[in-house]
Design a protein. Structure first.
Length: 368
């Protein structure tokens, strides 16, 4: 009998696809079920690593959907323009599902405000929004209502929704099951009872499938790209080594992304996790702290993403500088090569993106 592997393409073999290929030439994407077009409105959400995508989309002349305008006070602009609405980092799948349910009034959490150490109120679902805090609960509630309206626009208007899965560990209200992006006390404190949960593959797959199905109710044609953040946990609440917890977290998230992308149409998986963490890189895509992804690593992910997801319609606004592996800064992006009808919108998007001095990670508060 013939060897059933003998006629398989090179990408099926480790020696041909990994061992004998230069690190920067390894491309683990064999196909994508769809591509992003220049006319598509692209929305992003997820963990810290997802924040790299929006500047790249703008650089290539694509429509990065932003529905929530930044406030006039520069102090409060940090978390605006990073994602399509100012929801901050969405680390867990349950957070994403609950954000959708809160936006459409299906879920109304008991926790509405937490108190910061300086006595002001903060939004427990967006702890890094409004640095000066809120003076009253009414002020916070008004701002949240406006924000959730912007979130609904993201879900209803996007053509492509990119979500980066980041963590399996989270903190939950024992009263109503609300999940928060940070543990109580890390940025502010509530008055309820909270417990830690490390989500299972089954529960996350169920949550993510539910989100996909609900998104399709309000936006039937939305296409979804799932990625897994390559950034390790900054801390674990499990009584075990953080390396072991990181391995579980990333393995479980990768399985969830695979399961959901296989069981729902127009849901694709993009392997940013594999590009950065595969041992073929010999850790060259991590900084000395072994957690921060280098500029070269980000550039490699974005290069492969552009090749397979943006396709032949890619229109670069400006070419990367030859001596800068990360490409140009947001400040160097030019809108001169795009049609005048698009220039104003592109300029507004770039202005929002200029506020991003660095990747904003809420979980940094856990290890200060």
């Amino acid at each position: 009998m013939a060897n059933p592997y003998s006629q398989l393409p090179d990408h099926c073999f480790w020696r041909r696809a990994v061992a004998n290929v230069a690190t920067d030439d390894i491309d683990p994407v064999t196909s994508m079920p769809f591509q992003i077009h220049l006319t598509d409105k692209v929305a992003t959400a997820g963990s810290c690593f997802a924040q790299h995508l929006s500047p790249m989309l703008v650089q290539h002349g694509f429509h990065f959907l932003v529905t929530e305008a930044a406030p006039p006070d520069p102090v409060d602009q940090e978390n605006y323009g990073i994602f399509s609405a100012a929801y901050g980092n969405i680390y867990t799948v349950r957070q994403l599902l609950q954000l959708f349910n809160r936006a459409y009034g299906v879920f109304r959490p008991v926790d509405k405000a937490w108190t910061r150490a300086d006595g002001v109120l903060i939004d427990p679902f967006r702890p890094r929004i409004c640095k000066k805090g809120y003076a009253t609960a009414k002020e916070l509630d008004t701002d949240r209502s406006r924000h959730l309206g912007c979130v609904r626009r993201v879900f209803e208007e996007c053509d492509v929704f990119v979500f980066t899965l980041g963590l399996t560990e989270g903190w939950i209200s024992e009263v109503d099951g609300t999940v928060f992006p940070l543990a109580p006390g890390a940025a502010g404190s509530g008055h309820g009872r909270y417990r830690f949960e490390n989500f299972s593959v089954d529960s996350m797959a169920s949550d993510l499938t539910a989100f996909v199905d609900r998104l399709r109710i309000v936006n039937r044609s939305a296409r979804i790209i799932l990625t897994v953040s390559p950034v390790p946990l900054i801390a674990t609440y499990e009584n075990r080594h953080v390396l072991v917890s990181t391995t579980y977290s990333k393995a479980a998230l990768r399985v969830v992304a695979d399961l959901v992308s296989r069981c729902r149409e127009n849901v694709a998986y993009f392997p940013s996790y594999e590009i950065i963490t595969g041992h073929h890189t010999r850790s060259r895509y991590f900084e000395a702290d072994l957690r921060t992804v280098t500029a070269a690593g980000v550039a490699q992910v974005m290069k492969v993403f552009a090749r397979h997801c943006l396709g032949t319609e890619t229109r670069k606004v400006v070419s990367p500088l030859p001596d800068d592996p990360a490409g140009p800064s947001i400040d160097s992006l030019s809108v001169q090569s795009v049609p005048s009808s698009e220039a104003a919108a592109r300029a507004r998007t770039e202005e929002r993106l200029r506020a991003i001095a660095r990747i904003v990670c809420d979980e940094e508060a856990l290890d200060r």
